[in-house]
Design a protein around this ligand. Structure first.
Ligand code: NDP
Length: 445
């Protein structure tokens, strides 16, 4: 990085002490932008980056609720409305005990560039709470969601800020939050939240979109080298929404997915994952990966070590940030991995990314590879606005086209900047440029 970018990064660290993952996300973007700023000095003159790294608005609030034993519980809620140059703030809500302002800002910052890559007129935002839905009854989750929305509703709207799901927030939580929003505002404003149920404004293919999109992005990268998923041996981390549909699409394309995980361990199934069984356990029964081995004799549960110890040619990290570190990257490379595509947000540490790039693996950063989720959320907003519901095939065809366009823009941008195959640089510069141009046109706001 040059002196200007170094100084900017120091400023971010000083102004946001202790926010390590936020620093990491900013550093990863700044590291790529040097050549774009040399080519476009107007961005520096207009203070584009100085403004882009500062969220437009940060909302932090108390979420009190009463558990099933009558005890008062208090959690903290967040919504960071990061950048609205391209459209209403758009990004998910994460409910997980680890959630803090640093995590929400890192996710919101990433979302600016991701949403820009989709070309759908959506700005960047993110939110959540340190509430953990695991082990809570449906009634407890409902009371929490209602309390969360009782504050959040005044900040959101279909033309203002449109939240969706993320870790710990699926169709159940979106349903409870939508119900409370409707009650508080007396409006059936379907476009205020995405990830809704199919009978009340949701889009077909939204559930599948992030996982499918990640695999489609990886497939586009592989096609450039005359390869495809057919015959590949794939390892996926996580067993939530993104992981399940990444597994499904990879297997539809002819790969064998041999492993998946959760925070308690990983499962190896050399026969290939039975995705219907996994979906039943995780989505219907809300079980753990350990339940899978009780139903499938070819599967083995491993509670120590890492899912990345399992040899594969394609690795799809789909759980959480910084889950794949330098040691895991070395193991994967030594075991012959050729393609790594991030289904999760920033799952690979910077050291791991460097190892993949040095080993000339095809590496897809999350802000490009997992953009299919938010892209299909924007398609859901489009259907809500026109009061239509498209078929699964129509929504999936649009998703497929969007992922191909994102892939091609990242590849072409990397090439134009003299770094062919560097999808990190391509995604960061392409995502940044569209937002920067809009900010230039809109003046100093
Ligand atoms: P889910 O809550 O559906 O699933 C998360 C999965 O990751 C679970 O299997 C969970 O296991 C596992 N996990 C979470 N934290 C850890 C941890 N610290 N160590 C090991 N495993 C962990 O979330 P999603 O599938 O929706 O999200 C996964 C990732 O994808 C996140 O990074 C999210 O930001 C990103 N993403 C999601 C999108 C979406 O549309 N849902 C869109 C774009 C990105 P356990 O149950 O044990 O915690």
């Amino acid at each position: 990085m040059d002196d200007y970018l170094d100084a900017l990064f120091e400023h971010v660290r000083t102004l946001n002490p202790g926010e390590d993952v936020f620093h990491q996300a900013v550093h990863e973007v700044l590291e790529s932008l040097g050549p774009a700023l040399v080519k476009n000095p107007q961005y520096r003159d207009a203070g584009i980056l100085e403004r882009m790294i500062e969220p437009e608005r940060q909302i932090v609030f108390r979420v009190p609720w009463i558990d099933d034993y009558g005890k008062v519980q208090v959690h903290r809620g967040y919504r960071v409305e990061y950048n609205s140059a391209l459209g209403p703030y758009k990004g998910g809500l994460r409910f997980h005990p680890s959630v803090n302002i640093s995590i929400v800002k890192f996710l919101g910052f990433e979302q600016i560039f991701k949403n820009s890559l989709t070309r759908q007129g959506i700005g960047g935002g993110k939110g959540g709470s340190n509430f953990d839905p695991h082990g809570k009854s449906d009634n407890e989750v409902m009371r929490f969601c209602q309390s969360f929305m009782t504050e959040l509703y005044r900040h959101i709207g279909e033309y203002t800020d449109v939240p969706a799901g993320d870790i710990g927030v699926g169709a159940r939580e979106i349903g409870y939050m939508f119900g409370q929003y409707k009650r508080l505002t007396n409006r059936y404003e379907a476009g205020v939240l995405t990830g809704k149920g199919l009978g009340w404004g949701g889009s077909l293919a939204r559930t599948e979109a992030t996982g499918y999109g990640t695999v489609l992005f990886a497939e586009s990268m592989m096609h450039q080298h005359g390869e495809g998923f057919d015959g590949q041996r794939v390892v996926v981390s996580g067993s939530g929404n993104v992981a399940i549909y990444a597994i499904e699409k990879a297997q539809q394309l002819g790969a064998t997915v041999v492993s998946f995980s959760d925070s308690s361990g990983y499962v190896v199934d050399e026969e290939g994952v039975d995705v219907d069984l996994l979906r039943q356990i995780k989505e219907v029964e809300r079980g753990r990966v350990s339940d899978y081995v009780d139903h499938k004799s070819s599967a083995e549960l491993v509670t120590g070590g890492s899912v990345w110890d399992v040899p594969c040619t394609v690795a799809l990290p789909c759980a959480t940030q910084n889950e794949l570190d330098e040691a895991a990257a070395r193991t994967l490379v030594n075991n012959g991995v050729k393609v790594v595509a991030e289904g999760a947000n920033m799952p690979c540490t910077p050291e791991a990314v460097e190892i993949f790039q040095l080993a000339e693996c095809l590496f897809a950063p999350g802000k490009a590879a997992n953009a299919g989720g938010v892209a299909t959320s924007a398609l859901e907003m489009e259907q809500n606005a026109s009061r239509e519901q498209w078929s699964f095939d129509k929504a999936e065809a649009k998703l497929t086209k969007i992922m191909k366009t994102i892939h091609d823009e990242c590849a072409e941008t990397a090439e134009a900047y003299g770094q062919p195959g560097d999808y990190v640089l391509g995604a960061n510069i392409a995502g940044f440029t569209r937002v920067a141009d809009a900010m230039l046109a809109q003046g100093i706001v």
